[in-house]
Design a protein around this ligand. Structure first.
Ligand code: GDP
Ligand code: CO
Length: 690
């Protein structure tokens, strides 16, 4: 991009106010072909702009804007910028916030971007702000105060949490996505031009009054013009020359380095942008000695640029009343600055009386100020929010994309438990799960996902999940398929089909194929066996001890088959049966009483896939697995903390798993003990360490 060359600079103490520079070309060609005009213009390389954008977050304050316009604004934000939407839109009746959330989510999914959206009145957000020690943002009712500047400050805290170097603000009522795009480019250009890590970029809109009609820009145009006049008078009294350098007193479109942004006090209401300038001048303009090394060594740069695109935004009402409502606070912050000289004060007072904003004998009203956000402890803020990240959803909104990983210590990793069912959650003999309830409750209280991973079918597991109120994904038929409740993960992933309320990842070959191969096994091998599929429900119930209903569910197989062999059968014959199956490409595991037979799937593979999804969702996870038998080995092998419960004879199945912890209890008792002693205890220790 090409911008006008160096302009006049006013120095005030450590502050350098750069006069407005016009953007000349949106696209200046490639660096080699570009001809640099003799001192007329400066080319800002694309790479330099991109480098800044990667370190910049764009905060979009929004309140009940037209959704199409909001969507357009999103599409104008350059890809490399982190988007942060702070919404104060209505939630009751028509839920505008929900729509914004949907739009943002779809936008992120289709563009592969990351964004954060929060609702300004979210109770958890308020609590996090409170934890950070920045309670000035809170209202008497305990929520964050309404208002655009309060929304901006929430955005600022989120930027700091994400460790961004720059923050830019873009209103959500911008009609022209191309203008939005240009603003952000200006921000980046400004930061390329700035010499100090403390810098601010303010944008002067390029008006096209003829095209837009006169009324359109009257309001802000007039407020800006008047505010600029007194701002410049204010500055002139500090030096020996008159100046007209400030042309962006009310620039809603502006950006700052976090270094600067965190150091400034902010006004509430319409005065926020004017106060930013006043805050900079008060602190660093030379009136008070500056102790801050960063400032004394580098100064502060205020860059002003003028855009090419016109600024078209929503004007709700355009009456004189609003003009006054905006002018008063803008001038009030100049008037009440302790640096404001009497001569300027007198002029402002005259102006306000003349414009019929205040009466002759009336005081200039005060504007409420918020202390510099550097007061907030960002680590505490992040930690308080973090507890909500675990829920995937914030009650007041969603946090999309990656959470800040820096605050995730290993001890804080989201735990996920994978568990076998038969012989683990269900007692190996009585099939009761009662002793496991304590453990399940413990997990649910801590919101630790419990992923059932078993040879059981969808129908069987659904029944159990209902009874135990488990809502997490689950793995059926020994890894044959993964069932993930819709909306469980907040990002897109690939799956094979949707079925009822699930998204299904299929890993195993279809049942028909397995059945066909088992017939071949039966022909080639002399060992007799029967399968669940071949037995009727009565027989199955009798041979397994399942109830009729349970037996019915057990027969609904899609990706695997279960064999029952005669209990008297010796080891050698068993081996020959297994070999015969292997020859047909089938793999089988002996699960205590039965052979689980599958084709192309195993528990471990399914667990690994789910681990990846959980990791995407929680960023950092710590995986636990509980099983009892040989068919759990592949699951145990791929988890961080594998555990084995005892069989009915109080012994552990002989398995080879690295770092295996053997739990001293049978099945469901062992399950609860494992949760208590290995998962929760682990948590307590981690809590002390961090
Ligand atoms: P103007 O465009 O400067 O006249 O002011 P607007 O009233 O249009 O507001 C500017 C931006 O701030 C728009 O994107 C609004 O949707 C947004 N906004 C207004 N009030 C609030 C609020 O209370 N909270 C938040 N987060 N945003 C707000
Ligand atoms: Co507007």
């Amino acid at each position: 991009m090409r911008i006008e060359n160096l302009s006049a600079v006013e120095h005030l103490g450590s502050v350098r106010i750069h006069d407005v520079r016009r953007l000349l070309e949106l696209d200046s060609g490639s660096s080699r072909s570009a001809v640099v005009g003799a001192g007329q213009a400066q080319i800002i390389e694309h790479e330099a702009i991109e480098a800044i954008e990667k370190k910049m977050a764009i905060v979009i304050p929004v309140k009940d804007e037209e959704l199409k316009v909001f969507e357009g604004v999103l599409s104008g934000i350059p890809h490399n910028c982190q988007i942060i939407v702070v919404s104060n839109s209505q939630r009751s009746g028509i839920d505008y916030f929900k729509s914004e959330l949907d739009i943002l989510e779809r936008f992120c999914q289709s563009t592969g971007r990351r964004a954060i959206i929060v609702h300004q009145r979210d109770p958890f957000l308020a609590r996090a702000v409170e934890c950070s020690g920045y309670s000035e943002l809170l209202d008497d009712d305990g929520y964050i105060r309404s208002g655009k500047s309060e929304g901006m400050l929430v955005g600022l805290l989120l930027c700091a949490m994400l460790e961004k170097e720059y923050v830019g603000f873009i209103d959500a009522d911008n009609f022209v996505p191309g203008a939005v795009w240009e603003y952000v480019k200006h921000y980046a250009i400004g930061f390329v031009l700035a010499q100090s890590p403390l810098s601010m970029v303010r944008i002067l809109w390029h008006y096209k009054p003829k095209m837009i009609g006169e009324l359109y820009f009257k309001k802000w145009g007039r407020v800006s013009e008047v505010t600029n006049r007194y701002m410049n008078h204010f500055i002139s009294t500090k030096g020996r020359f008159e100046t007209g350098v400030v042309k962006t007193s009310n620039a809603g479109e502006h950006a700052m380095s976090l270094n600067l942004a965190m150091r400034l006090p902010y006004a509430t209401g319409y005065a926020v942008e004017t106060q930013e300038l006043i805050s900079v001048l008060e602190q660093f303009g030379g009136a008070v000695p500056v102790a801050d090394n960063l400032v004394t060594q580098n100064g502060v740069d205020i860059i002003q640029t003028e855009t090419i695109n016109p600024h078209l935004h929503e004007e709700r009402n355009d009456n004189e009343h609003l003009f006054q409502g905006m002018l008063v606070p803008s001038l009030a912050v100049i008037y009440h600055s302790q640096l404001c000289e009497d001569s300027t004060r007198k002029l402002i007072l005259n102006q306000l009386v003349e414009s019929e904003c205040i009466a002759q004998d009336q005081e200039v009203p005060h504007v409420h100020l918020l202390p510099p956000p550097q007061k907030a402890d960002i680590k505490l803020f992040a930690e308080a929010l973090e507890t909500q990240f675990g829920d995937i959803a914030l009650p007041g909104g969603w946090l999309l994309g990656e959470k800040p990983s820096r605050y995730k210590q290993p001890g804080n990793a989201q735990k996920v438990l994978f568990s076998d069912i038969d012989g683990t959650i269900l007692h190996p003999q009585s099939y009761t799960y009662a002793p496991a309830l304590q453990g399940i409750r413990n997990l649910q209280e801590r919101r630790i996902p419990l992923v059932l991973c078993s040879a059981k079918t969808l129908a069987e597991q659904e029944a159990l999940r209902r009874e135990l109120d488990i809502k997490d994904p689950f793995i059926v038929e020994s890894g044959g398929a993964i069932y993930i409740p819709k909306d469980y993960f907040r990002f897109p992933f690939s799956f094979n089909k949707t079925q009822d309320e699930y998204q299904v990842i299929e890993l195993g070959a279809p049942f028909a194929e397995i059945k066909q191969r088992l017939q071949l096994v039966a022909q080639s091998c002399s060992v007799p066996f029967s399968t669940f599929g071949n037995m009727d429900v009565d027989e199955l119930a009798q041979r397994t001890g399942l109830t009729l209903q349970q037996a019915r569910l057990a027969r609904e197989r899609c990706y695997s088959e279960t064999l029952i062999v005669d209990e008297q059968i010796n080891g050698r014959l068993m081996k020959s049966l297994q070999d015969a199956m292997m020859k047909e490409g089938l793999h089988s595991v002996f699960g205590g009483r039965f052979f689980e037979v599958g084709l192309g799937s195993d528990k471990g593979k399914a667990v690994k896939i789910l681990c990846e999804l959980f990791k995407l969702n929680f960023n950092s996870i710590s995986t636990f697995a509980i099983g009892n038998g040989l068919n759990d080995v592949s699951m145990l092998q791929v988890c961080d903390h594998p555990m084995l419960v005892q069989e009915i004879d109080k012994r552990w199945t002989k398995v080879k798993v690295k770092d295996l912890v053997r739990i001293k209890d049978v099945g469901p008792q062992g399950f609860s003990r494992a949760v208590e002693e290995e998962i929760i205890k682990f948590e307590a220790v981690a809590g002390i360490n961090t």
